[in-house]
Design a protein around this ligand. Structure first.
Ligand code: G6P
Ligand code: MG
Length: 220
């Protein structure tokens, strides 16, 4: 029986992918590196330091750990500054409605994000009240596609993975949900999240009604 939901943040609750893109792009331009939306898509769900590595690999270049950390910090300063413009109007369409619906129906809800800025994003959105547990980039050491962040959320909710549905927009996030034994809902194109148990193009279609209709044997 489904008792809980675990949500990724970036790309599910709010569209920070665009802000991450702008910050990585600025950094890449300064370094003379190639960076485009296709590379940015590969960074969905993965940690800041892993992201730097993906960009370096894409440009067939390498850097010392120290230089990587310095660039990651620089990118983060740009990203965090852009969060100042985020408000409670910046939920992805459908996301807030779903969170409200889950609250009214009494489901347990956790956040399972790789971001170390998740608390700040939730504050900007005024979204704290929707979550019983917050798992972010500081909660576990192994990031997606490892299942640790979702296992952390389920454990804190006192639920088994098979009692939870994970919402994710990242390929690595669906991999993580599957590896942990969770049911999964993918938000985005088939090429990215087609391996989820259920997929929607956007959060606007991801209503509790649709989710219950798909997993009907798992709801009482
Ligand atoms: C999310 C995003 C990634 C980002 C990661 C770390 O998973 O989808 O693109 O790299 O969080 O975010 P942070 O805010 O800690 O740099
Ligand atoms: Mg995401």
């Amino acid at each position: 029986m489904i008792k809980g939901f675990i949500f990724d943040l970036d790309g599910v609750i709010t569209d920070t992918a665009a802000s991450h893109y702008t910050a990585w792009k600025k950094m890449s331009d300064e370094m003379g590196w190639d960076f485009d939306h296709k590379v940015n898509d590969k960074l969905r769900g993965i940690s800041r330091m892993d992201s730097i590595q993906v960009i370096l690999d894409h440009n067939t270049t390498s850097l010392s750990e120290e230089a990587k950390a310095e660039l990651a910090a620089k990118k983060n300063d740009l990203y965090v500054a852009s969060l100042e413009n985020m408000t409670s109007e910046d939920y992805l369409p459908g996301a807030k409605e779903l969170l409200i619906h889950l609250r009214t129906e009494g489901f347990s809800v956790a956040l399972g994000s790789a971001s170390k800025n998740a608390i700040k994003v939730l504050k900007q959105l005024n979204a704290n009240a929707f979550f019983d547990v917050i798992g972010d980039g500081n909660s576990v050491s192994k990031s997606k596609p490892e299942p640790d962040i979702f296992l952390y959320g389920a454990e804190k909710l006192n639920l088994q993975p098979a009692e939870c549905i994970v919402f994710e927009d990242a390929e690595s996030g669906i991999d993580a949900a599957k590896a942990g034994g969770f049911y999964s809902v993918g938000i985005g194109p088939k090429e990215r999240v087609g391996h989820a148990d259920l997929r929607f193009d956007s959060m606007a279609e991801a209503t509790l009604f649709e989710v219950k209709a798909h997993f009907k044997n798992l709801f009482s």
